[in-house]
Ligand binder design. Structure first.
Ligand SMILES: NC(=O)c1ccc[n+]([C@@H]2O[C@H](COP(=O)([O-])OP(=O)(O)OC[C@H]3O[C@@H](n4cnc5c(N)ncnc54)[C@H](OP(=O)(O)O)[C@@H]3O)[C@@H](O)[C@H]2O)c1
Length: 311
């Protein structure tokens, strides 16, 4: 018996058109699953579903859904069941990290947007998939969190809070749904080279290099490198595993790849507070909303901005 076998199972991958989600959808299809590739745009879903089907020979459906729109999800799940007749695996991968925003500047709308996609999306999609999984004899849900769940950092409070909450939501789902035969786990990736990471690079030039050098392997990961963990959690290979978070992150805990340089060092442990900020005149504030650069009213306190603000 191949305990990693997912052939014949129906798997939904939200945020499946790019980055980790696309690699996960492809990996599940290669392992024999019927896959639903979903993100916000139907044409993107169709394109990616077609490409994965052509490459793997699997039955792949592209179906759009904005998982942050609470009322949009029921129709999505209904259409999946109408097409494939069951749901066995759900990978809640869709997630956003729209900008670096200082906590003092977070608006309710911005906070809600992040929570809607990163936290309420997995909750909504899971609760709607659950009865179909239970009716089919059980299932596996994997929530894609982040190492950011375990360490808050400047400009990332919204993201880290959403991902921390997703880890504990995973534990609650696992506890409530174990009697239904549904296992729920999380993965927490470290730095993976995706569009999201490129967004970090644009906001903080040099970010990718720093994130890679903070790992034991001194590199960022390729999206395909999360597929093994997903196959393990989605399949019977992990039949006694539920309510767990699986970190896929560089084998180290510090510094957080999301820590802007003025709060941590590239090759050593993160240091607390502005006293560790680079002091030379050549130092750069990597926060894109830097007051000194005149682009926004304030930024987290680095040495330069503290001196600007206070002096
Ligand atoms: N990359 C990393 O280093 C890293 C590290 C830790 C955790 N993660 C987590 O891993 C997951 C995937 O990240 P990624 O780096 O692959 O991101 P990405 O490259 O930005 O891709 C995100 C995917 O989600 C879709 N999406 C965005 N908003 C959506 C919404 N409201 N509803 C449905 N789909 C939506 C996107 O498609 P459309 O824009 O077309 O809708 C795209 O397919 C996220 O949860 C992220 O937080 C990533």
């Amino acid at each position: 018996m191949n305990r990693f076998d997912v052939s014949g199972k129906v798997a939904i991958v939200t945020g499946g058109t790019r980055g980790l989600g696309r690699a996960i959808a492809r990996g599940l299809a290669q392992a024999g699953a019927k896959v639903v590739v979903s993100s916000r745009k139907q044409d993107r879903c169709d394109d990616v579903a077609g490409a994965i089907a052509a490459e793997t020979g699997a039955d792949v459906l592209g179906l759009a859904c904005h998982v942050g729109n609470w009322d949009e999800v029921p129709d999505f799940v209904d259409r999946v069941v109408k097409h494939f007749d069951r749901i066995d695996i759900l990978v809640n991968n869709a997630g956003i990290n729209p900008a670096l925003v200082n906590l003092l500047d977070v608006t309710p709308a911005f906070w809600d947007k992040v929570m809607d996609v990163n936290l309420k999306g997995p909750l909504r999609t899971s609760t709607l998939a659950l009865p179909h999984m239970a009716a089919g004899g059980g299932g596996s849900i994997v929530n894609v969190s982040s190492v950011g769940a375990y360490r808050g950092s400047a400009g990332q409070g919204h993201y880290s809070a959403s991902k921390s909450a997703l880890v504990t939501l995973t534990q609650s789902m696992a506890a409530e749904w174990a009697p239904l035969g549904v296992r729920v786990n999380a993965i927490s990736p470290g730095p993976f080279n995706t569009d999201m990471m490129q967004g970090g690079e644009r906001a903080m030039p040099g970010y990718t290099k720093r994130a890679g050098s903070a790992t034991m392997q001194k590199r960022v990961a390729d999206p395909d490198e999360c597929v093994g963990a997903i196959l393990y959690l989605a399949s019977d290979a992990s039949s006694y595993v539920t309510g767990e978070d699986h970190v896929i992150a560089r084998g180290g805990a510090s510094p957080s790849p999301w820590t802007p340089p003025h709060l941590g060092a590239a090759d050593g442990p993160a240091k607390p507070g502005p006293s560790s900020a680079p002091q030379s005149s050549a130092s750069v504030c990597y926060v894109p909303v830097c007051e000194e650069e005149g682009r926004a009213p304030r930024c987290p306190p680095c040495a330069r901005c503290v001196s600007t603000r206070d002096g």
